[in-house]
Structures are given as C-alpha cells and as structure tokens.
Design a protein around this ligand. Structure first.
Ligand SMILES: Nc1ncnc2c1ncn2[C@@H]1O[C@H](COP(=O)(O)OP(=O)(O)OP(=O)(O)O)[C@@H](O)[C@H]1O
Ligand SMILES: [Mg+2]
Length: 281
C-alpha cells in the first residue's frame, strides 16, 4: 500500500474562483524521497497541505477526490492524528519555533503526545544527535542562524517519529552553504531512519543527486513524474521556467553536437568523468 495516495484530487480555497490543484493522481511509496518543483503559484504548497489535513480541516474550501495518508482517509481523520504521522517543515524557520531553548522546542511534540518523561528525554537526545545539533541544545532558537533554526525545526519533527517528513522550500531563505547542509541532513535521515521524504525545492542542482523521484507541477497539475534525470531532460521543464541544473543543460547541448556522453551527469564530478570517458574512447 502506498504511504500517500491521491485519487482525482481537485481543491479550491474558500472564496476563490480559481482551482488551486486539479487532476491530482499520485502514489508515494514508503521510504521514497520525492522532490516537488514547479513555478510560483503552481500548487506545491497546496498539495503539501493535503498531506497533513490542513486541507480541508483548517482551510475549508472545496475538496474533491480521495486522499489517503498512511492508510487513513485525510477527510475523515483529525489533523491531530495526522500530525503523528506527518511532520511539516516550512520555508520560514522562525515562525515554527516558539520556546526558550532548543531542547524544550524538540521536547514539545513528544510532551503533547503524553509520553513518559524518559521516553521524551530519549527522543530529544536521538533527534539532537541525528541532526548533529547537540551543541545547540541550551541555546534560544531565536538567536540561531536560519540554517540552524531549520535544523531545529527538522529535529522537532523527527522527535515525533513521523513516517513522512514534508518540507516546503526549507532552504528558500538560506545561503547556498546552509542549504547544502540541510539537504545533507535530509539524505542522512533518509539513510538512518525509515522515513518518507517529500521536499518542495527549487535548487534542483543540489537535490538531483539525493532524490529518487521528481514531480513537476504547473498550473495546479502534475505535468511530469519520474526519475530526476529523465524529468529534467524533458523540454517542458525549462519551458515553464524551472531551473534545470547546469550539468544537465550541458549534457543536452552536447547531444545537439553529436557528443553523446555515456550517462546523464548529475554533478560537476559526474560531468568531468563522462567527458573524460568520451575523450578516451
Ligand atoms: N490560503 C489561500 N487562500 C486562497 N488562495 C490561496 C491560498 N494559498 C494559496 N492560494 C492560491 O492557490 C494557488 C496555488 O498556490 P500555492 O501556494 O499552493 O503555490 P506554490 O506552488 O506553493 O507557490 P510558491 O512557489 O510561490 O510557494 C495560487 O493561485 C494561490 O494564489
Ligand atoms: Mg509554496
């Protein structure tokens, strides 16, 4: 059974005469790392809100079709139950953190589940260690850098032991180095935990190596869904203004000059290797 399944989903926000997402048919399997991308306003955030039940329970509006998350019908399941399975991280880290220390922040979710004290302490330790932020435990979340805050927000989710982690442009406000750091934290989590990752991201050059699958949306619909290199080689991607990684653009350009590399490079190191292979043919 897929961990997320959407069947013929369409949604309109209350008071809006535009349909925000439509014709959504999507299955995500447990353990997948899926990147969702597409131009501004195409419906990425709206799609994410369906995974934790904010749509329809918080936003209202008109929701058609069926959404199942960990086998639960989102329409019939309260957000408090869904929150135990789906962790959400947003673009603006500061808006998600509100306690006095990092440790308290991470303990907050497990405390609300009413877990025993020792279990809470163990989960906080585990989350700090998994994300590599033990040194921040006594700091105030508000005096941290954006990248550090985003790590705390991820640790706070992980302490809930969610099956699915949904991150909506978590690197949007970060410099390239911190963004790289966050994306490595995610890959690391994926290796160490049995967690499904759904990441909305524009920095495709940084995630192309990490994700199993890319989904491209445009005007409320899913227009492409497949392996990252296959999706990125589709001319539709550049046509709608999504930034295709430079190495893939170069690969494509070279093909036009009949220089065929042996594989689609996903990084500059890959590209160098592929070019050297051609030169030594
Ligand atoms: N709370 C809301 N109320 C009404 N309409 C909304 C709301 N949130 C989003 N929309 C509309 O739904 C459509 C999809 O927006 P959404 O925020 O999902 O796009 P997005 O792909 O996440 O864009 P971005 O890349 O800018 O974050 C847009 O037309 C937007 O104006
Ligand atoms: Mg958005």
């Amino acid at each position: 059974m897929p961990i997320i399944e959407m069947r013929n989903v369409a949604y309109r926000y209350p008071g809006s005469n535009r349909i925000a997402i439509r014709d959504i048919n999507l299955k995500i399997e447990a353990g997948e790392y899926v990147v969702i991308t597409g131009p501004s306003g195409c419906g990425k955030t709206t799609l994410c809100r369906c995974f934790n039940g904010l749509i329809p329970h918080f936003y209202g509006g008109d929701l058609e079709g069926e959404i199942y998350v960990v086998g639960l019908s989102v329409k019939d399941t309260p957000t408090s139950t869904l929150a135990q399975h789906v962790g959400m991280v947003f673009q603006d880290p500061e808006s998600q953190l509100f306690l006095l220390t990092v440790e308290r922040e991470i303990a907050f979710g497990p405390e609300n589940l009413g877990l025993p004290r020792e279990e809470i302490a163990a989960r906080v330790e585990e989350a700090l260690e998994l994300i590599g932020i033990q040194h921040l435990r006594d700091r105030s979340p508000h005096e941290l850098s954006g990248g550090e805050q985003q790590k705390v927000a991820i640790a706070a989710c992980i302490a809930m032991k969610p099956k699915i982690l949904v991150l909506d442009e978590p690197t949007a406000n970060l410099d390239p180095r911190s963004a790289w750091d966050i994306l490595h934290v995610l890959s690391d989590l994926r290796r160490k935990l049995d967690v499904t990752i759904v990441l909305v991201e524009h920095r495709l050059d940084m995630v192309v190596n990490h994700a199993d699958r890319f989904i491209v949306m445009n005007e409320g619909r899913i227009i492409l869904d497949g392996l990252p290199c296959e999706v990125l080689l589709n001319p539709m991607v550049a046509n709608i203004g999504v930034g295709v990684p430079k190495v893939i653009r170069l690969y494509d350009e070279l093909r036009k000059y009949n220089v065929n590399l042996n594989f689609v490079p996903l990084s500059s190191a890959d590209f160098k290797r592929a070019v050297l292979e051609v030169l030594s043919r």
